[in-house]
Design a protein around this ligand. Structure first.
Ligand code: TPP
Length: 581
């Protein structure tokens, strides 16, 4: 007769789970011991449960499949929270096994007692207590299906004594749904969408992560109505490549002509985006298409709300959309986009190969050049978001993930751990801030322990650079943002990770090249300029005043890497156009 803990592990195996990230401990021991005795599933020892949850989040994000993490009762549970918030807000299927104090002690203020069903409410779709053996295996299957079906976190609260009990029901088998069906919009919404696209004089498409797997359809629509295409940060990896209509990104990290294209079109169509910065949206003449009907209209009033997957919606509407003849608006925006990027590059790139401390944008552009065609980049919250958004060139095979919705620091390294476990043969690059790396520094030991060939590229500016920028923009003197210089290469070496510290721009290329080629884990400690700051293209007058007040050495706006090449190339599509540059 198996135990409840064994039964749980068995159900996870049946759902295709190959590993569980976590830290062992008391109430969790029967579960971890069952993993030890079960073929085909591994226990991945991390240094902090938070990192385990991030690793599971990254695995689920990249593969689309269920990933699992675990924490022991009390503090083991509370550590999980940051990573679970990240997974939940990103809508990726993660199951957390949150073990709990003995059932007979619940409600007595016992050692390490918390109330996990309350604790995880906000960062899960489903959080239930397994209080007796007879609930299994059904409860585990429901938790799994909730995570997959609703897209987000499920938490199964498992008191240690229940995990030790004998199973009361056979485990049996039940097929889980691992791939979700697509949402086809109602006919009347499709007809209305076509009608509005046909009657609008000018159209702009603004795309989020929901355009994944719909690249061809989005390009076909843009070609039909001659619309510029802008994107959010999360949409970039899915839509910016091979895109003759690209006008850049919107939002605080934005660049190019996206803002103007979205504001000047007669009709703006939001495709698979829940872009949160409503002040960057025109708030009028907008249609939104989303597979989740609850998101429709929550950022802007809508002329039309369409409930459907982007791909399914566009396939349905395209036969009804007439070819527009006038492409003046598109051409105008493409020119403006190229001009904007051109101006930025001129203002910015002078003498960058000689600038000490190393300019982070220079390092990011070299990294982009050297990284593999199918590399996975995990990006720390902070200025690394800006460097990735502006310098990492998507191609449909590369992936770029970060804590783009929860926005927590220290995500990149533990995300990279999950990414590397999910894809052992693929190049995984953690773009880490020194603040982020310092926050979950113990995970260097996880990388070393499992000999994960992760490449940790640290933008070490001895500063919480993003916050320094925020303070400058609001006219505050920067305070609490700078810290003493730390030699992360020395720390990494002591942890058993191959490492190199780079202080001169002339060494950036060779240093990155060598680290990327290293067969095991490697860290590149890039000593970068804390004053290389970037500002959004549409900051307000008050922000600008504050900025001017405080900033003495700020470079307005950032560089734009290979995007300029693409913008120039796209101009060649304009009939009879004079080329820029
Ligand atoms: C857990 C957490 N604490 C604080 C913040 C606020 N915050 C956002 S970015 C940032 C600075 C990040 O510094 P670093 O990792 O060194 O990167 P840099 O911006 O300097 O490149 C801070 C403190 C946050 N997002 N998450």
């Amino acid at each position: 007769m198996s135990t409840v803990g064994e039964q749980l592990v068995h159900v996870l195996r049946q759902a295709g789970v190959a590993r569980v990230y976590g830290v062992v401990g008391d109430s969790l021991n029967p579960f971890v011991d069952a993993i030890r005795r079960t073929e085909g599933i591994e226990w991945i020892h991390v240094r902090n449960e938070e990192a385990g949850a991030f690793a599971a989040a990254a695995e689920a994000h990249l593969t689309g499949r269920l990933a699992v993490c675990a924490g022991s009762c009390g503090p083991g549970n509370t550590h999980l929270i940051q990573g679970l918030y990240d997974a939940h807000r990103s809508g990726v299927p993660v199951l957390a096994i949150a073990s709990h104090i003995p059932t007979e002690q619940i409600g007595t203020s016992f050692f390490q007692e918390t109330h996990p069903e309350r604790l995880f409410v906000e960062c899960s779709h489903y959080c239930e207590l397994l209080s007796q053996a007879s609930q299994m295996p059904r409860l585990a299957r429901i938790a799994i299906q909730q995570a997959i079906g609703r897209g987000g976190v499920s938490v199964l609260v498992t008191p240690g004594d229940v995990l030790y009990r004998s199973a009361e029901h056979p485990t049996g088998d039940s097929a889980p749904v691992t791939v979700k069906g697509s949402v086809v919009p109602p006919d009347e919404q499709v007809r209305e969408l076509a009608e509005r696209l046909n009657t609008a004089r000018t159209v702009t498409l603004f795309c989020g992560a929901g355009v994944r797997r719909a690249h061809a359809e989005v390009m076909a629509l843009a070609g039909r109505v001659h619309s510029p295409i802008g994107h959010s940060l999360r949409g970039k990896e899915w839509v910016q490549y091979d895109n003759p209509y690209d006008v850049g990104m919107s939002g605080l990290l934005g660049y190019g002509a996206c803002y103007d294209a979205t504001h000047q079109a007669d009709l703006l169509v939001l495709l698979g985006t829940d872009f949160p910065y409503d002040s960057f949206l025109p708030q009028r003449r907008t249609i939104q298409v989303d597979h989740d009907a609850s998101r429709l209209g929550r950022r802007t009033p809508l002329d039309l709300a369409v409930h459907g997957d982007v791909g399914a919606t566009l396939r349905a509407v395209l036969p009804l959309v007439k070819q527009k003849s006038d492409r003046a608006f598109l051409d105008y925006m493409l020119r403006q986009h190229a001009r904007t990027l051109e101006g930025v590059v001129d203002a910015y790139t002078r003498d960058i190969e000689h600038h000490v401390p190393i300019h982070p944008e220079y390092a990011a552009s070299i990294l982009d050049e050297l990284a593999a065609d199918d590399a996975v980049f995990t990006v720390d919250t902070g200025m690394c978001n800006v460097w990735a958004a502006r310098y990492i060139t998507p191609n449909g095979r590369r992936r770029v993930i970060g804590s783009f919705l929860h926005g927590t620091m220290a995500n990149a390294l533990p995300h990279a751990i999950g990414a590397q476990f999910a894809y052992p043969g693929r190049q995984v690059i953690s773009m880490s801030g020194d603040g982020g790396l310092g926050m979950l520094l113990g995970e260097l030991l996880t990388v070393a322990l499992h000999r994960l060939p992760v490449k940790i590229v640290t933008f070490n500016n001895s500063s919480l650079g993003m916050v320094k920028l925020e303070m400058l923009v609001s006219g505050l003197p920067d305070f609490g943002t700078d810290h003493a210089r730390v030699d992360y290469a020395a720390i990494a070496k002591a942890a058993g990770v191959h490492a190199v510290r780079i202080e001169e721009p002339k060494d950036v290329r060779a240093g990155l090249q060598e680290a990327l080629a290293h067969p095991g884990p490697a860290l590149v400690d890039l000593v970068t300029d804390p004053n290389a700051l970037s500002i959004p293209p549409h900051i307000t007058g008050t922000q600008m005043a504050g900025f001017a007040l405080a900033a003495t050495k700020i470079v307005l706006d950032g560089g734009v890497g290979q995007m300029l090449e693409m913008a120039r190339a796209n101009l060649r599509n304009i009939p009879g156009a004079a080329l820029l540059g």
